[in-house]
Write a protein that binds this ligand. Structure first.
Ligand SMILES: [Zn+2]
Length: 320
């Protein structure tokens, strides 16, 4: 094959492959298949905490650890008002997990709160409950939110850094969590764990365990929904800790059944899983070799094709 023929052959293959791609519906293209992505909704806001920065700490921290796509809603409704996010019946559609880092303590309409809980349980959504989520809807007559959360909590104690003791070192959520960890700063919630939940971590003031101990990490199953909860998270300093972000990531994965028995993400969900690049150009050589390129620039960079009047084909070089 002389130089001109090679140029023409490559030119022809370009148009052929591009035409084929145009006709293929994307969902049938196996080259577009990548690792799965977790779709997460973070609901945050409500005052008393630095939610503006916490949404960043959590979404970026978890995002560095697993394949996750965030939708974040930050709202500061009037005291006692229902946040807009819950007003649409379809608010939870399309998500695998809801991260509640919110503080909507004064809203109390029992019917509406039960509807919000039902959105989790009907679809078997995963939930991550952080800090003031446990005081959210605390003045309602309904028990539905507590049943979803896994603990009852109405108040907190004084602020101090506290020790967190790992109660279930063999539980996948607690694998990798130290036997004892001291939070840099803290506000320990008073909690009463409910029957369906399992306590995973106990918080207390150093040197005064018996008098100050409170369950501060747990997991819960309610109807079809799984919840991971922790009351740690008043201060950004604690939230930024590697121990904390690792823990919340494992809890999130457990809530959607994507955590393995060793406390690692199921295959494909870990951040190191690389999405295969889709091939947009395929060059079929005369000897049957097939070369694929993700895009035009990769193809040009390879040196195989520099335009119809400037062919520098490695096939020629190889043939020498
Ligand atoms: Zn707080």
């Amino acid at each position: 094959m002389n130089r001109l023929q090679i140029v023409l052959a490559i030119g022809f293959l370009f148009s052929l492959t591009q035409a084929n791609f145009a006709e293929d519906p994307p969902k049938k293209d196996p080259r577009k298949k990548g690792p799965p992505t977790i779709k997460a909704l973070m609901i945050t806001g409500g005052g008393y905490h630095d939610y503006k920065n916490q949404k960043k700490i959590l979404s970026e921290g978890i995002g560095k650890r697993i394949n996750i796509e965030w939708t974040i809603v930050l709202e500061n409704p009037k005291r006692g008002a229902l946040p807009d996010v819950y007003k649409k019946d379809t608010w939870a559609d399309g998500f695998d997990v809801i991260v509640h880092n919110e503080c909507f303590a004064s809203y109390s309409d029992a019917k509406q709160i039960e509807k919000i809980v039902k959105a989790h349980t009907d679809k078997g959504l995963g939930s991550v409950m952080i800090h003031c989520a446990m005081h959210t809807f605390r003045n309602t007559k309904s028990k539905a939110w507590d049943n979803l959360v896994g603990v009852e909590s109405r108040r907190h104690g004084p602020h101090f850094p506290f020790i967190v003791k790992n109660l279930e070192t063999k539980d996948p959520i607690m694998k990798g969590f130290p036997k004892r960890w001291k939070t840099p700063k803290g506000e320990l919630y008073h909690t009463k764990i409910i029957k369906s939940a399992t306590a995973l971590g106990l918080g207390f003031k150093e040197g005064n365990e018996e008098k100050t101990k409170q369950v501060c990490i747990w997991k819960n199953e309610f109807n079809k929904a799984r919840t991971f909860g922790t009351t740690i998270g008043h201060y950004n300093e604690a939230m930024k800790e590697k121990v904390y972000l690792d823990l919340v990531t494992r809890g999130l994965l457990w809530s959607i059944k994507k955590l393995d028995k060793d406390g690692k993400p199921l295959k494909g969900y870990e951040k190191t899983a690389k999405k295969p690049t889709s091939t947009r150009f395929r060059v079929v050589h005369e000897n049957g070799d097939v070369w694929e390129f993700a895009d035009a620039s990769a193809l040009i960079k390879s040196g195989i094709y520099l335009g119809e009047n400037n062919c520098k084909c490695p096939c020629e070089e190889n043939a020498k």
